[in-house]
Design a binder for this molecule. Structure first.
Ligand SMILES: Nc1nc2c(ncn2[C@@H]2O[C@H](COP(=O)(O)OP(=O)(O)OP(=O)(O)O)[C@@H](O)[C@H]2O)c(=O)[nH]1
Ligand SMILES: [Mg+2]
Length: 294
């Protein structure tokens, strides 16, 4: 399938600068809160974080778990815990679990706090909220703060600078810009990042991304896909991006004069509906894809 193999060119110019900025701030930081999208937890892991955050206490939130497969959420939380990473499934847009998130961060930071307590000093725990673009870092911070302090948006690259937000007298969080890395070798994971909106849509071929998404969803949740787009291609054509997009056009009446399919419009609709959780709760990656590495 040649048409699915075009490399996604995503090299983001401002991110090297943002990474240097985070590096400088690290000495102030007690705990790293890494936020990943629960639908693609492997693709979301920035390889630069290993060296950037080495020697730091880290916790992980499997965010947007409301959009992912409930069974896979459980698998992932158990997988990371088994590999020594404190991980929790999470939904940043809700406030209900905020106490659990605060407890996770405070528990992780306890060794640091204890060191200060032993010297008779009461210290505010400082955590850096880090992750790739659009995973919900700023939303997470706003919900914990109870007020909108950090800017959020349904596209990548909304946060451009760092920002401290006080959660309580004992806890401060730093919002950071989403960071990608220079070279993404794995095209399957790159597609997953495109599906979840962590790579800017204007640097991608939108039809290729939406068509690949339809093919992947057809493998994961064909019933939900058929229910949403009832005039999809015949089963034997479902490996073709063009046939899948044309099926969406038929389902929605996106047919231009002369019978031409408006596949670009179909692509944008599919991406919007998927990202809004209107098609199905799906997870693209599973612990068995990790080769045993956390
Ligand atoms: N369904 C759902 N949507 C979420 C959740 N968390 C965040 N969002 C949405 O995801 C989008 C991105 O949220 P942001 O908080 O701006 O993401 P960010 O990680 O700060 O993004 P950058 O600043 O661009 O790196 C927004 O439209 C949020 O409403 C969640 O748990 N569930
Ligand atoms: Mg942000």
């Amino acid at each position: 399938m040649e048409e699915r193999r075009t490399a996604i060119n995503w090299y983001p110019g401002h991110m090297a600068k943002a990474k240097r900025m985070l590096e400088e701030d690290l000495k102030l930081i007690d705990v790293i809160v890494e936020i990943v999208d629960a639908r693609a937890p492997l693709a979301c892991r920035n390889p630069d974080f290993e060296s950037l955050f080495k020697n730091k206490i880290r916790v992980m939130l499997l965010n947007k778990s409301d959009l992912a497969s409930p069974a896979a959420n459980k698998e992932w939380a158990a997988y990371f815990k088994a590999h020594g990473v404190s991980a929790m499934e999470y939904v940043s847009i809700n406030s209900s679990a905020r106490k659990n998130a605060v407890a996770l961060i405070e528990r992780a930071g306890e060794p640091v706090l204890k060191k200060y307590r032993d010297k008779g000093v009461s210290k505010t725990l400082r955590a850096m909220v880090a992750g790739i673009p659009n995973v919900g870092k700023s939303t997470f911070i706003n919900k914990l703060a109870g007020v909108t302090r950090a800017q959020v948006g349904d596209k990548p690259g909304v946060t451009r600078g760092k920002q401290w937000v006080k959660i309580s007298p004992y806890l401060e969080l730093m919002d950071t810009p989403g960071l990608l890395w220079a070279k993404l070798d794995d095209q399957e994971r790159a597609r997953h990042l495109a599906y979840i909106g962590s790579i800017r849509d204007d640097i991608m071929n939108v039809e290729e991304v939406a068509g690949s998404l339809l093919i992947d969803l057809d493998g994961l949740c064909p019933e939900a896909l058929n229910a949403r787009y009832p005039k999809l291609a015949a089963v034997e054509e479902r490996q073709s991006i063009e046939a899948m997009l044309e099926g969406v056009c038929r389902s929605r009446g996106f047919i231009l004069s002369g019978g031409v399919y408006d596949t670009e419009r179909a692509s944008r609709i599919v991406l919007d509906e998927f990202r809004a959780g209107k098609i199905a709760k799906v997870t693209f990656e599973h612990p068995e894809d990790t080769n045993g590495k956390a």
